[in-house]
Design a binder for this molecule. Structure first.
Ligand code: NAP
Ligand code: ZN
Length: 352
């Protein structure tokens, strides 16, 4: 075991502050990674503040972070795919049973024994897993991703969650070439959704509550931007969408977006508000519409997404911050003031 510097929260009401955690020694199949950048996902905030207590209560201390990019520093004797010096990524998953039907179908995120990068039981050290707001991490090689060498690393980190979480449902929907696709909420997930939907040839419309994000939405790839608080603007698009990706992190009226869908249209939720959303049956019945959910993506698809980003030069638009600014970043995230993902420069942790 080794002592590792990290930032943790001691309770749902504590700020994140410097801490020392333990990382395991590499086993035969493990890769040890020096973390260079870690993105800040809204899920980190939900977890740190125990907002998902009814579904996934938080164990403290909590070290969040599941958008990890770094360099391999050591590998176990049985590791075949990585060597020291390789650029790699780790997302939301660090283990699964590898044998259940979901693992065999490459959707390890639905494995009953899936181990998430933080706040999951740690089968090696006991307690819970600790995430990427730390100097290094030790992960089984099956859950380590290859990072294309041509991309800016600070902008790659968010691909490991925001990227795969939006890429996966867009791919799953089918061929969106020429289809009208809505992205609701222009935050970390939303801005990646815009980039992917555009890359796959959709007509992309952003729904935002922030008029100040309009120019950025167009620059990121949207064809149109709708201010969702403007009823008249919303009405113009009623009944016209094939697919909508809803990334909103807080309670909101999903019926307003069901109204936007055409016949057989689908809205997929990736945002995870703590409270249930009320759905009008009629908003679904008229038009045979459907609501789905989607959770990150499997390891194979995450690698496919990273390779796609490498080929198409896609990264997240990031604001790089030192770890010391993480609490302020959380407050800004709550105000929808993120352009469009915070990426923590982990070199800042060395001075702690
Ligand atoms: P984020 O960067 O904070 O973005 C969320 C955006 O939603 C905001 O920028 C804002 O966009 C909009 N929004 C926020 N509050 C709103 C409100 N009250 N009403 C309407 N719009 C609101 O968060 P994120 O990291 O993208 O995460 C979004 C959600 O997805 C979180 O709940 C997170 O936990 C969840 N998530 C799910 C998965 C998964 O696998 N399903 C993976 C990662 C994250 P505008 O300013 O444009 O309105
Ligand atoms: Zn996330």
């Amino acid at each position: 075991m080794s002592n590792t510097k990290a930032y943790s929260a001691a309770s749902a009401t504590s700020p994140l502050s410097p801490d020392t955690i333990q990382r395991r020694d590499t086993t035969e199949s493990d890769v040890q990674i020096e973390i260079l950048y870690c993105g800040i996902c809204h899920s980190d905030l939900h977890t740190v503040r125990n907002e998902w207590s009814s579904v996934m209560p938080t164990t403290y201390p909590c070290v969040p972070g599941h958008e990890i990019v770094g360099r391999v520093t050591k590998v176990g004797s049985g590791v075949t795919r990585f060597k020291p010096g390789d650029l790699v990524g780790v997302g939301c998953l660090v283990d699964s049973d590898q044998s259940c039907p979901n693992c065999q179908a490459d959707v390890e995120q639905f494995c009953p024994a899936a181990t998430f990068t933080y706040n999951s039981p740690d089968k090696h050290l006991g307690g819970v897993t600790y995430g990427g707001y730390s100097e290094n991490i030790v992960v089984d090689e099956k859950f380590v991703l290859r990072v294309p060498e041509n991309l800016d690393l600070a902008g790659v980190a968010p691909l490991l969650c925001a990227g795969i979480t939006t890429y996966s449902p867009i791919r799953r929907w089918g061929d969106i070439q020429g289809k009208k696709v809505g992205v609701v909420g222009l935050g970390g997930l939303g801005h990646m959704g815009v980039k992917f939907a555009r890359a796959f040839g959709a007509h992309v419309v952003v729904f935002t509550t922030s008029p100040g994000k309009k120019e950025d939405a167009l620059r990121l790839g949207a064809h149109e931007v709708v201010i969702s608080t403007d009823a008249e603007e919303m009405q113009k698009h009623a009944g016209t969408f094939d697919f909508i990706l809803d990334t909103i992190a807080a309670e909101h009226d999903i019926n307003a977006y069901l109204t936007m869908l055409g016949v057989d249209g689908n809205i997929t939720l990736v945002g995870a508000p703590e409270q249930p959303l009320a759905v009008s049956a009629f908003a679904l019945l008229f038009g045979r519409k459907s609501i789905s959910g989607s959770l990150i993506g499997g390891i194979r698809e995450t690698q496919e997404m990273l390779d796609f980003c490498g080929e198409h030069n896609i990264i997240s638009d990031v604001e790089i911050i030192p770890i010391q600014d993480v609490n302020e970043a959380y407050e800004r995230m709550l105000k929808s003031d993120v352009k469009y993902r915070f990426s923590i420069d982990m070199a800042s942790l060395k001075g702690e």
